[in-house]
Design a protein around this ligand. Structure first.
Ligand code: NAD
Ligand code: UD1
Length: 331
């Protein structure tokens, strides 16, 4: 199939482009490079030895999006393009609502105009809010604590309503848990701008000596060791989950958790990193981070049953691959 991958130069989009190309699909990337570089697409070509068509466009711009749809026979869209920094979304909500919601509407409208029936959307486990773990797709969603999370919940609702009115439209809403890791070549991975907010990139920068020590946000949660528990998923497993979702997409709205179903605490992740890479990570315990929940992990059974997809890579591989990329990364 010819797949339009919005945000394809980004962290998850680039790994998914590799998986799509390796599965025999043709990839057309639309990205404005606001949080990525065009060289990443060269690395994707180097890994796969296949070509990609690239449009440097903003997918909130309907004229640019229209020209991509009119230049290609597109069979499906995977919509990754979006802003994703939680703290920034609190400071600048309008930028987040505009970018993340308008892009979804512009792309859905182009799909209607050009008869494109397959749409896969990057959602997040954040839409569950502080529910009881494990999170299952049929749970009632709780409010998220920030505008970023709200853009995901709203985009899900918009796409669901579009399907209600157009039953032949096929939408997959993929709720990612915590993506980490990198391609085993060490050529592509996550490059956070400035000081990382997320745990794994923070740990790799401590390992590199760029940051002095990890600050663990709280050790008084009701978890195995008091630190926050998350469902870390290797980005290559996540990428393969997208190919499975696309290949199995049928009419209607389908919601899938993409997680491993395993919770790992902050301290367990630090220990796994030390074991995988033989590097000591200094840390100190500080106060809880506002907005954090104690535990977040998936009930991953629906994706297994309906898509035949399961996450295969363990936490040790996630730590090894994250570190390999950070070592290679000159920034
Ligand atoms: P990323 O920032 O690495 O990739 C997003 C890409 O979209 C970037 O290349 C950026 O330049 C591009 N982009 C942003 N707005 C655009 C626009 N208007 N037009 C064109 N391109 C635009 O982020 P990522 O981690 O790869 O995340 C991809 C998607 O997955 C996002 O929608 C994000 O919200 C969602 N998600 C990510 C995580 C995570 O932990 N990384 C978790 C859950 C959901
Ligand atoms: C965060 C976002 C979430 C987003 C996800 C993936 C918040 C409140 N939530 O989730 O919306 O979908 O990233 O991008 O920001 N931790 C530390 N020290 C650190 C960093 C993190 O102890 O320096 C802890 C956190 O308290 C948490 C765990 O590590 O328990 C994972 O944190 P993080 O990687 O930021 O992901 P989430 O909080 O799950």
């Amino acid at each position: 199939m010819n797949i339009l991958v919005t945000g394809g130069a980004g962290y998850i989009g680039s790994h998914t482009s590799v998986a799509l190309l390796e599965a025999g699909h043709t990839v057309i990337v639309a990205d404005n490079l606001c949080n990525s570089k065009a060289e990443t697409l060269d690395k994707v070509k180097q890994i796969t030895k296949k070509e990609i068509t690239f449009y440097q466009i903003d997918v909130t711009d309907k004229v640019s999006v229209d020209s991509v749809f009119s230049n290609h026979h597109i069979d499906g869209v995977i919509h990754f393009a979006g802003l994703k920094a939680v703290g920034e979304s609190v400071d600048n909500p309008l930028a987040y609502y505009y970018n993340n919601i308008v892009s979804t509407m512009v792309l859905a409208k182009a799909c209607q105009k050009y008869g494109v029936r397959r749409f896969v959307f990057s959602s997040s486990a954040t839409v569950y809010g502080d529910n009881t773990v494990p999170f299952a797709e049929n749970m009632n969603l709780l409010p998220t604590t920030n505008p970023y999370g709200e853009t995901k919940a709203m985009s899900e609702r918009i796409l669901t309503d579009i399907v209600k009115a157009n039953p032949t439209f096929s939408v997959s809403l993929l709720r990612y848990f915590n993506p980490v890791g990198a391609h085993e070549s060490g050529l592509i991975g996550e490059v956070p701008i400035g000081i990382p907010n997320n745990l794994m990139p923070y740990v790799t920068q401590v390992a590199k000596g760029k940051l002095e020590k990890l600050r663990v946000f709280g050790d008084d949660y009701p978890t195995v060791d008091g630190t926050g528990v998350r469902d870390y998923i290797h980005v290559l497993d996540l990428a393969e989950g997208h190919v499975a979702a696309l290949d199995n997409l049928t009419e209607g709205v389908h919601i899938y958790n993409l997680g491993t179903g395993q919770g790992t605490s902050v301290i367990e992740l630090v220990k796994a990193f030390e074991e995988a890479n033989g590097i000591k990570i200094s840390y100190e315990i500080i106060d809880r981070r506002p907005g954090d929940i104690a535990s977040c992990y998936a009930d991953a059974s629906k994706a297994k049953q309906e898509l035949g997809w399961v996450a295969k890579r363990d936490v040790i591989s996630m730590c090894r691959d994250s570190w390999r990329f950070e070592k290679n990364n000159k920034e």
